[in-house]
Design a protein around this ligand. Structure first.
Ligand SMILES: Nc1nc2c(ncn2[C@@H]2O[C@H](COP(=O)(O)OP(=O)(O)OP(=O)(O)O)[C@@H](O)[C@H]2O)c(=O)[nH]1
Ligand SMILES: [Mg+2]
Length: 371
């Protein structure tokens, strides 16, 4: 097929080649996988006694004022079920006890399908027997639950560590499912909430295993951290695939990985792009002036290493290491560009996104680090 003395310009991506290149089975499958997730329901229940900090915790994690959202009709004053986004529900309840009789069928169904429980204890006063029983009950039913000890800002410094550990042991919670926090600390102790990021992380990791982390990302407050994780994962997977992101090469497997990542980032920031929107975005990044410059550099490198265009290059060991770093670097750069773009409300001009792509691509190739 190819020749060693090929003309680099023939292999620089164009809008058309990118757009066609991304129109393949893997891309469509990846797209469907993301959509499947969006069709599911996510239900997160916040349990805890009066004034333990349920409403404050919901505000800290999701930036929603529960007071402003109408409950699902038929959920009582004790159990409030609210829809905060498409397919995402929160339950706010004093405990799980025997509340189910009083609530409507719809509210009951939602309570029955809780994905994770966040059980909030009040550090002021400590846990009560009823709370321990509630928690043990949740575990008995094999449900995923995090216990959060809130208001730790109110503990005296010298008692803090002992008290926290003592509460955990007495409640019978595993270390990995227990986080001490202050959702709304006294300003003189801390101007910002303490350990909310740990709670977000726990929820994210737990939901990842259930294939519902994207639904959570849509409503989470610290979207950046979640996107960084996906960019990291896509970068690693592109490195493993190691295909070259060059038309006419064997780059189909990484199109799915890159397009899927971009789609998820868009959804996280509240957009519902079409397949064409995503292809256009990728074409805008890769085939713009700065993007082409990056690819010109990639192709010179490849040419210098003796790469021969066409699908047969994989046999060459020297090139596969290079291909892995190019595949990973371009995925990383694209991810960072997509993140900046959607985070800005699609306001940043595409030329700036190309620059972000270029800088991060080069940074990755230099350091092999993702953050
Ligand atoms: N010092 C301190 N106060 C907090 C913290 N978190 C919440 N509070 C305060 O505790 C009070 C009760 O918090 P809420 O979030 O309303 O508690 P809740 O569990 O929703 O209470 P109910 O809806 O009445 O059951 C509020 O005045 C909060 O400001 C915290 O981390 N530290
Ligand atoms: Mg409340």
């Amino acid at each position: 097929m190819g020749k060693k003395d090929f003309n680099i310009e023939d292999y620089i991506p164009t809008e058309d080649s990118i757009s066609q290149g991304y129109d393949n089975k893997e891309f469509h499958e990846e797209w469907d996988k993301v959509n499947e997730q969006l069709d599911k329901n996510l239900v997160i229940a916040f349990l805890g006694t009066a004034s333990s900090g349920k409403t404050t915790g919901i505000k800290a994690l999701f930036d929603v004022d529960f007071g402003d959202i109408s409950p699902i009709p038929g959920s009582t004053t004790d159990v409030k079920v609210k829809k905060i986004n498409e397919n995402v529900y929160l339950v706010d309840a004093p405990g799980f006890g025997d509340i189910k009789e009083e609530i409507s069928q719809k509210a009951k169904e939602i309570c029955d399908s809780v994905d994770i429980f966040i059980y909030i204890l009040n550090a002021e006063g400590g846990y009560k027997i009823q709370e321990k029983e509630d928690y043990q009950d949740i575990l008995k039913h094999n449900r995923e639950a995090l216990v959060v000890l809130n208001k730790i800002d109110l503990l005296r410094p010298h008692q803090k560590e002992y008290f926290i550990e003592d509460q955990r042991e007495k409640m019978g919670v595993e270390l990995k499912n227990f986080i001490a926090v202050a959702f709304d600390p006294l300003p003189q102790i801390s101007p910002t909430p303490i350990n909310v990021d740990k709670v977000q992380n726990w929820i994210q990791n737990t939901l990842e295993q259930k294939g519902k982390d994207l639904l959570f990302a849509k409503v989470a407050r610290q979207k950046e951290k979640i996107c960084n994780k996906w960019i990291k994962a896509a970068t690693a997977s592109a490195a493993t695939i190691g295909a070259l992101p060059i038309p006419g090469s064997d780059y189909i497997p990484i199109t799915a990985c890159q397009a899927g990542m971009t789609y998820k980032i868009a959804v996280t920031y509240g957009y519902n792009p079409t397949k064409k929107d995503i292809k256009d975005f990728l074409a805008g990044v890769f085939a713009g002036q700065v993007g082409r410059q990056v690819f010109r550099g990639i192709l010179s490198l490849l040419k210098g290493a003796g790469w021969i265009p066409g699908p047969t290059w994989a046999a060459q060991a020297a090139i596969s290491a290079l291909a892995a770093s190019i595949a990973a670097g371009s995925t990383y750069g694209l991810g960072k560009g997509a993140q900046a773009y959607y985070k800005s409300g699609m306001q940043i001009p595409i030329v700036e996104i190309q620059q972000i792509f270029k800088n991060n691509f080069e940074e990755y190739r230099k350091t092999k680090k993702v953050d």
